[in-house]
Design a protein around this ligand. Structure first.
Ligand code: PLP
Length: 416
């Protein structure tokens, strides 16, 4: 397969190589307080008889722009898809599934992107990676860096939950605490990587962060097909057995869900998941596209507001869901384009609904997630009555509840 970057705005293409981030022609159009412009997309071209292409068509390989042998040695992705029996009964929702990405090595979905960026760094002999983060991308990159032997420097708001900062230090990363918001950390990290030439893993800015996140889409479709075929214990775990380059053994099948609920901050997970389903459509693995629901906190809802009004207006964000608290969604333009293309929707909920949904999910299914992920579940609960009873619904649960016990403790009346 031949890989290249393409600018969705102007169609210009670029080689996937160190130092390339945004489209030269379009990046300059970005205005202060607005999303990045010229965010690039990974695309591939292939002859039908290309071996990787054949494997991808047969569902044995997730097409990715870095060869498998460069991936750092740690078990990312391949996370279970739960069929939460009790919740399904309580909610009368037999097609409800939970994608449990809390099980990644650092406890969040971000590992999928960090893994690909780490592979890219190893492929090109790059020794240091830097990034800005609300917390999870930082702990994730530091984790992957530890497995790969790559130095990682992170710029994180000093207000980030303690667990995420401590993870960075335990993994041996360099932690720069920024007095200010994530948006300020983003600017500081860019100033650092531009001055030093160090590889940036800033979300959206580095196109591999979008591409790396698509692997979850393949796993979901694979596990849904398995659970749809299973006669007994329907979808208890769906037999998650698929990861990059690894065959599931039996002839794999793929099935798209009807709806996917995604917690949205910068809009990279959302874009990556849509990209994954686009790839599967192109490969002939699935026939339909799910409806994507961009789930946001009322106090940080730039993408939901832009879907409504067509414009991004930066407002200071305020929500307990720190991972999706962004003033300016860096990948907003890219995500909005993709969301609209497939008839996606947006939902918002306030913090009290997020806290209630977190507890309901944990006590009703055994899955304890951080507030960002609880937001996706809360948004599902809010619009559930508008969905068909038996439709296949996947809630993306992107981060572990243990990452922010301060808010979780308050919700159950515990004193830390
Ligand atoms: C980063 C993050 C999100 C939001 O992802 P975006 O790509 O910024 O929209 C959601 N949940 C968790 C746990 C995260 O760490």
């Amino acid at each position: 397969m031949k890989w290249f970057y393409s600018c969705p705005g102007c169609g210009k293409t670029y080689a996937i190589e160190p130092g390339r981030y945004l489209c030269d022609d379009c990046a300059g159009r970005a205005m202060p307080g607005q999303p990045l412009e010229g965010v690039l997309e990974c695309l591939w071209a292939a002859d039908a008889d290309d071996a990787d292409m054949r494997a991808a068509r047969e569902g044995r390989l997730i097409p990715l722009p870095v060869e498998q042998r460069f991936f750092p040695p740690l078990p990312v992705g391949n996370t279970p898809l739960w069929a939460p029996g009790r919740l399904r009964k309580e909610l009368d929702a037999p097609g409800l599934f939970l994608k449990d990405d809390t099980r990644n090595p650092s406890g969040s979905f971000k590992d999928r992107a960090s893994w690909l960026v780490g592979a890219f760094a190893l492929r090109h002999g790059i020794k240091e990676i830097a990034l800005a983060s609300t917390g999870n991308a930082a702990s994730s990159m530091a984790c992957v860096g530890a497995a790969a032997g790559i130095r990682v420097k992170v710029f994180v708001p000093a207000s980030a939950p303690a667990a995420k900062r401590i993870q960075v230090l335990q993994y041996g990363g360099e932690l720069v605490e920024v007095r200010g918001t994530y948006d300020k950390a983003f600017d500081e990290s860019l100033a650092y990587t531009e001055a030093t030439g160090v590889l940036s893993r800033n979300t959206a800015y580095n196109p591999l962060t979008i591409e790396g996140k698509k692997t979850a889409a393949f796993e979901i479709a694979k596990d849904l097909a398995l659970s749809a075929n299973a006669r007994t214990r329907l979808g208890d775990f769906g037999g998650a057995s698929f990861c990059y380059g690894r065959s599931a053994g039996a002839e794999p099948g793929f099935l798209a869900p009807d709806h996917v609920f995604v917690p949205v901050g910068d809009g990279v997970i959302l874009s990556g998941l849509i990209k994954g389903f686009e790839d599967m459509l192109r490969l002939g693995l699935v026939r339909t596209m799910p409806v994507f629901w961009a789930c946001q906190a009322e106090g940080s809802s730039a993408i939901a507001r832009a879907l409504d009004s067509g414009e991004f207006i930066a407002l200071p964000s305020e929500t307990l869901a720190d991972s999706i608290s962004v003033d300016v969604p860096r990948n907003g333009s890219f995500a909005l384009r993709k969301l609209k293309k497939y008839g996606g929707k947006a939902v918002t909920v306030d913090d009290s609904r997020i806290a209630a949904a977190q507890r309901r999910l944990a006590s009703g299914s055994g899955l304890f997630v951080e507030p960002s992920s609880a937001c996706a579940f809360a948004c599902y609960l809010k619009v559930k009555e508008t969905l068909g009873r038996a439709e296949r619904v996947v809630i993306m649960l992107t981060g572990s509840g243990l990452k922010d016990i301060k808010n979780a403790a308050a919700a159950v009346g515990a004193v830390l």
